[in-house]
Design a protein around this ligand. Structure first.
Ligand code: AMP
Ligand code: GLY
Length: 435
């Protein structure tokens, strides 16, 4: 069987890698893919991004099923184009993808369906936005309404920062259409977790839990990024909290979409804020929905899949997810991102990557912004690689990752040395390597 994965990041490399290991799959096309998917056995990069051209390719090649990685093609309606031609694809329609592509839509949806989230108001008029900030005080969170590649959220510690964020989004149009409306919301405190499920419009299958590290630097300092590392499982999501998240957030979301006439199919990612403490009734609120898997959360999650992921995907596109199951490796998987010089602002490209290790059962280097150039592998953007390993404990997975990172070099590489710190005992929080 032949499959197609749409996208070019580490998430897509990890999805394609896991699917290529299905005994029923002999080839996974990746569009457009990266240097890692180009080099991998059983994968082939296809230089296409246009939905109609992708659908033509799928029909011509007789591809059985397509999985979409990133939000942009989903928000542009690739699922609608494929379905109109009767092609099997796993992802939300353009209408359902609004859960991610419009913060205002997602917030109004959550209020309408009683899904716990931070208190908020939406503004298009800068004067009213400024007045609301003065009334609410700091800290406060300002979000551009549209897709902004992880750059649309400002957690403002002071009123000055909050006002400046409104000016940047609504005032000078620097974010284009994405910033033409802003959501201003209450600042929540606690610990974040990523909760990702598969939906077939009716049934839900939860994936393993995970947590990512959004800030650039150790100790969760520095600017927000798309994610500098992740691990699975997330120990904070105890079985009790898991149950509550399904009951209070995930199931009402899927049922709410159906009630609104927009059944949700695809991966659904709820970014959660879990209030501090250990009270089993403490608040769990939804920070955001994504209409796709997380990057880099997917990399550790895929390393823990022990059963055939294709089985679950087939059930998902056939509307029989209630009959599907995924067997998870009990070990912890952890991934650390190697980013380019000057990420996240204006990452440098063209640096040569050396020392990439061979694939191993317990350690994979998933590529993101890379390309092959003759015999060399070069950087092409911000998040370059995600080194991901399995271990019997968080510490063992972490040590295996940093051991592998010690051997990989490119000029200007940046990475965090403390991925997984929240899941480690304080005495284990610094890696042994000199990284
Ligand atoms: P979002 O894209 O909405 O998930 O926001 C990106 C990041 O901003 C989140 O992962 C949080 O770290 C932070 N954030 C978003 N909303 C809030 C909030 N209401 N309170 C505190 N932090 C937030
Ligand atoms: N790692 C966060 C995201 O994929 O949105």
């Amino acid at each position: 069987m032949k499959l197609l994965v749409i996208g070019s990041g580490g998430r897509e490399h990890a999805l394609a890698w896991r699917l290529a290991r299905s005994p029923r799959v002999h080839k996974v096309y990746v569009a457009p893919g990266n240097g890692g998917t180009q080099r991998a056995e059983q994968m082939e990069n296809i230089p296409l991004t246009n939905a109609e051209e992708l659908a033509d390719f799928v029909q011509r090649e007789g591809i059985a099923l397509t999985v979409v990685g990133p939000e942009a093609p989903l928000a542009a309606g690739v699922v609608d184009v494929f379905r109109a031609r009767g092609l099997k694809i796993f992802g939300p329609t353009k209408a359902a993808a609004q859960l991610e592509s419009s913060k205002d839509y997602a917030k109004a949806f959550m209020v309408r369906h009683n899904i716990p989230t931070a208190r908020y108001e939406t503004f298009t008029d800068p004067a009213k936005a400024h007045a609301y900030i003065d009334q609410e005080g700091a800290p406060i969170v300002i979000k551009a309404d549209g897709l902004a590649a992880g750059k649309g959220v400002v957690v403002a510690a002071t009123l000055e920062e909050a006002h400046a964020a409104v000016d940047a989004m609504l005032g000078d149009g620097s974010m284009g259409d994405a910033g033409a409306r802003v959501v201003i919301e209450e600042c929540l405190v606690g610990e974040e977790a990523s909760f990702i499920v598969m939906c077939d419009g009716r049934n839900v299958l939860a994936l393993a839990t995970s947590q990512d590290h959004k800030r650039l630097q150790d100790g969760d300092r520095g600017p927000n990024t798309g994610g500098m590392g992740a691990y699975s499982p997330a120990p904070i999501v105890t079985p009790e909290l898991h149950h509550r998240i399904m009951r209070e957030i995930i199931l009402p979301t899927v049922q709410g979409m159906t009630r609104d006439g927009i059944p949700y199919t695809g991966f659904l990612y709820a970014g959660l804020m879990i209030a501090p403490g250990d009270d089993p009734d403490r608040e769990i609120k939804t920070l955001e929905f994504n209409c796709r898997m997380g990057d880099p959360e997917t990399q550790p999650i895929m390393m823990r899949v022990k059963s055939d992921l294709l089985d679950a995907l087939e059930h998902a596109v056939d509307g029989t997810l209630d009959q599907a199951d995924i067997v998870w490796d009990r070990r912890t998987a952890l991934g650390a991102v190697l980013a380019a010089h000057n990420y996240p602002n204006t990452p440098r490209t063209g640096d040569v990557i050396r020392g990439l290790p061979a694939d191993a059962e317990d350690c994979m280097v998933f590529h993101a912004a890379t390309k092959l150039d003759g015999d060399e592998t070069k950087t092409t953007g911000g998040r370059v690689l995600c080194v991901t390993a399995l271990g019997d404990s968080v510490k063992m997975a972490r040590d295996r990752v940093y051991e592998a990172i010690d051997g990989i070099h490119f000029d200007g590489r940046q990475y965090r040395t403390d991925i997984g710190w929240r899941a480690l005992k304080p005495s284990q929080q610094k890696p042994k390597s000199n990284a």
